[in-house]
Ligand binder design. Structure first.
Ligand SMILES: *[C@@H]1O[C@H](CO)[C@@H](O)[C@H](O)[C@H]1NC(C)=O
Ligand SMILES: *[C@@H]1O[C@H](CO)[C@@H](O)[C@H](O)[C@H]1NC(C)=O
Ligand SMILES: *[C@@H]1O[C@H](CO)[C@@H](O)[C@H](O)[C@H]1NC(C)=O
Ligand SMILES: *[C@@H]1O[C@H](CO)[C@@H](O)[C@H](O)[C@H]1NC(C)=O
Ligand SMILES: *[C@@H]1O[C@H](CO)[C@@H](O)[C@H](O)[C@H]1NC(C)=O
Ligand SMILES: *[C@@H]1O[C@H](CO)[C@@H](O)[C@H](O)[C@H]1NC(C)=O
Length: 427
């Protein structure tokens, strides 16, 4: 009897060990937590992102429009700081031109709300004027206002109707005229610069000196350069910091393992790179990241009339400000992350996102490079191949190149994830 038991043991133990290794051995808490994301949950998160957008947008329209921004705590509008012109934190972007409404135009279409898009376009046409005495920052105005006007104009007039027939009957290129009017006012900033880099601020004809440093660090957005591996790694660090504070401090000191600039103005960069990495890898890990971000924004930033800048990521105190990029980028990317069926993701539609997240359809007129070299496998972005005689043929098969392993196992080994979490003091 004893021999038989030993024999059975000798046979069974290796089988059990092999089984464990095959199915459970490499799966630790990280694998279990991140390795799948049910469709029902995806739908729920999409709804949550949509509600987040409308809560901010509707309150802006109700309490703040036509002013530039919503103060989400006292439910009032905010315009330029006319009493203190040197308050560049406010005056660099707020030019008394309904900034939040303009910045948000294309997001309404991304969310599929054609009627509100039309209403918003008409409001901009009827109420916005750039003939105001204000000094604004060229870079911010360029990306937030000029970019949005051009994006909305192209979406309105795009003959391919990617978002359905969104044309307006009596539209007479007014958004394009507004964009042109604004661009002419910005032009002095590009004159007489010794470096070729524009002056940072422009006030009608008077141009201010000093240069804003251009910075070329490769953050999480290096996925845009096709460097997905590096992007995956950088993103994991930022996500670990997010998990620790339920937000991203404006600056984090790796040596001290502590934030040293403590506010979080609802910036989109982490959500944006999460979305781009999800498109590049289709890994459910990134849906979990998006869910974490959504939940912490609801918990830490939601106030009476919108979502408020966190003044201090540790004690979660707030500032009464909701910057325009919260609606135009943070909410947009969160929604897109969970909306597989969005027209933007259809392979026959080709878009890029501008710096401020505005959607611009691109067609071959605007292209000079072989986009396959730049964006090897981003579905719904651009995967055309230029044929030798200069014409284009569509070939999306590259998009299926994401390996099974990449799709269904963690983007970074869990041992590295654990190290990163440890480095930022999560445990
Ligand atoms: C904004 O512009 C309007 C006119 O369009 C003007 O009545 C109002 O005083 C301006 N507000 C500020 C803060 O400059
Ligand atoms: C579009 O937006 C408006 C304003 O927020 C809202 O009243 C309406 O229900 C939205 N429509 C759809 C289809 O989401
Ligand atoms: C640029 O230089 C030209 C010639 O010196 C001058 O006429 C013009 O006013 C300058 N423009 C600005 C914006 O300073
Ligand atoms: C910017 O970064 C890229 C990639 O890291 C590098 O190839 C390029 O030379 C850099 N450009 C400048 C101006 O430093
Ligand atoms: C050149 O373009 C035409 C369509 O315009 C296509 O039929 C033909 O196959 C192309 N030739 C080559 C060599 O790709
Ligand atoms: C697309 O490219 C793949 C290889 O990259 C090739 O096998 C396939 O035949 C191409 N399809 C078309 C329609 O060109």
């Amino acid at each position: 009897g004893k021999h038989l038991t030993t024999l059975i043991g000798l046979i069974l133990v290796p089988i059990i060990i092999a089984y464990y290794h095959l199915f459970e051995g490499d799966r630790d808490e990280y694998d279990r937590r991140y390795s799948s994301f049910p469709d029902t949950l995806k739908l729920k998160m999409k709804g949550m992102a949509k509600d987040m957008f409308y809560f901010g947008y509707d309150n802006y329209m109700k309490y703040a429009f036509p002013e530039d921004e919503l103060n989400p705590i006292d439910c009032q509008g905010r315009g330029p700081d006319v009493i203190n012109p040197s308050n560049i934190n406010i005056n660099d972007v707020l030019g008394n031109y309904s900034l939040t409404l303009i910045d948000t135009l294309d997001t309404l279409l991304v969310l599929g709300n054609v009627s509100e898009f039309h209403r918003a376009v008409k409001l901009v046409i009827d109420t916005v004027s750039f003939d105001k005495d204000s000094t604004v920052q060229v870079f911010e105005v360029n990306i937030r206002i000029l970019g949005s006007l051009i994006s909305a104009h192209i979406l309105l007039t795009d003959p391919k109707h990617p978002f359905g027939d969104v044309g307006l009957d009596d539209y007479d290129n007014e958004l394009l005229h507004l964009a042109h009017d604004l661009a002419v006012r910005l032009l002095p900033a590009f004159e007489n610069t010794s470096t070729g880099i524009p002056h940072p601020r422009v006030r009608r004809e008077r141009v201010e000196g000093d240069l804003r440093l251009l910075n070329n660090n490769s953050g999480p957005l290096s996925v845009l350069n096709g460097d997905v591996e590096e992007a995956i790694c950088m993103h994991a660090f930022y996500y670990a910091i997010w998990k620790r504070f339920g937000a991203l401090p404006e600056r984090y000191n790796w040596q001290l393992q502590a934030p040293d600039v403590l506010f979080y103005p609802l910036r989109p960069e982490l959500v944006e790179s999460t979305y781009l990495l999800y498109q590049a890898t289709k890994n459910p890990f990134y849906l979990h990241v998006g869910m974490d971000i959504l939940e912490s924004l609801e918990k830490n930033a939601k106030v009476r009339c919108g979502y408020a800048t966190l003044h201090h990521v540790v004690d979660k105190s707030k500032e009464d400000r909701m910057e325009s990029f919260f609606l135009s980028e943070t909410c947009k990317y969160l929604y897109l992350l969970f909306d597989d069926d969005n027209p933007l993701h259809k392979s026959e539609n080709k878009y890029i996102f501008t710096t401020e997240g505005h959607v611009v359809p691109i067609d071959e007129r605007f292209r000079e490079k072989q986009w396959n070299d730049l964006f090897p496998c981003e579905e719904g972005v651009v995967t055309d191949q230029e044929t030798s005689n200069g014409s284009f043929s569509i070939n999306n098969s590259n998009c299926d190149r994401v390996s099974e392993e990449r799709r269904y196992s963690l983007p970074l080994k869990s041992v590295y994830m654990r190290q990163i979490d440890h480095m930022v003091g999560l445990f």
